[in-house]
Ligand binder design. Sequence first.
Ligand SMILES: [Zn+2]
Length: 398
Amino acid sequence: MTPAATPFEAGAFHPDHGTRRVAGRMSLEGGLVRFEAESLQFTLPVEGLTVRLGGASDRLIFFEHPEMPGISVFTSDRTVLEQPAFAQNAALGRARGKIRQTQWLSRGVLFAVVLALAAVLAGIWLAKDSMVESVAAKVPAGWEQKLGEAAFVQFSLGHKFLTDDELKRQLDQLAAPLLAVVPQDRYPFTLHLVEDPSLNAFALPGGKVMLHSGLLLAADTPEEVLGVLAHELAHVTRQHGVRGIVSNLGLYAVVTFFVGDVSGVAAILVNNAPFLLSQKFSRDHEREADEQGFRYLEAAGLNPRGLITFFDKVRAEEESLKAKVPGGQALDALGFLSTHPATSERQARLERLIAESGRRDAFKAVDLDFAAFQQLLRSKLSLMGSATNSAAPLQAQP
Ligand SMILES: [Zn+2]
């Protein structure tokens, strides 16, 4: 005896009801497909029955008979395929096999589509940095200079500059061999001496580089200043300021600018000028600036060890600031000295670069009496009534 067939939620089309679908229940037993609804009852013989997938996304299983055209029964309940009739009737068994195969195929296709979509998204995500880089490269030099100019004006409001001609001349003399190897076709670089006791330096898009008096006085050798300067120049040539702003706009904007034109970036850039004065470069950008800065020092024949030894002073400064303010908040007061990546890690990377370069001596001598330069700086600072020691008070990062 076969177990009583379970009725399934089903629908039917029948000529008596035109094109309207009728909701009811179906069962599959005794060699018949039976459909029952209040207004409609009929049966289809299992012998010669066609069973196929249909409806939106092949969600439904249809039962039809060639001798009863215009009539069909359908259900979305796939457990109907477990009915004994499918095992007992060879033609039905084959139809079930075909349906299952189709389901597996469509699941496979769906899985492949999802996988491909995920791969595309991951690819876009991974390509974000290089898209940002390419967007930044498309930004006209004039816009970048305007951006730097806007930030510079804002910075100037809260800071004093040392504008003494002789100081300026000596600073330019110090920087000359380095600037000679840094590409200046996009914009010229200008150095600005800021009266500020903190060990800091920073650069703005478009080529303005700020050196704090505290940094110049804390340096033991001119190579230390040149090391920091090379790092800052690299931030400019690698467009880290613009890249930081574009990257912050989010993936959608980046992709839009990447595939379209960059004219929409102009307004965004200038609006973000204040951001340049508070931004922290990403870990990757700091690494990139260290490495590119090293290349500039190498090309200029200058001893790159100055950057490494200056980092020792940075570390001492970090320690003393940490001691002054528990919790590390004070470290935000350090720009160039930013804590990520860790200073020791940056030093180790530079040591590796030096080892790889194979050059250990015969570096170019710096054409400046550095001690006399520092003395002149001290005297100008005291004329301004400024403290000349390099102990950095806590202050907002420029
Ligand atoms: Zn930096």
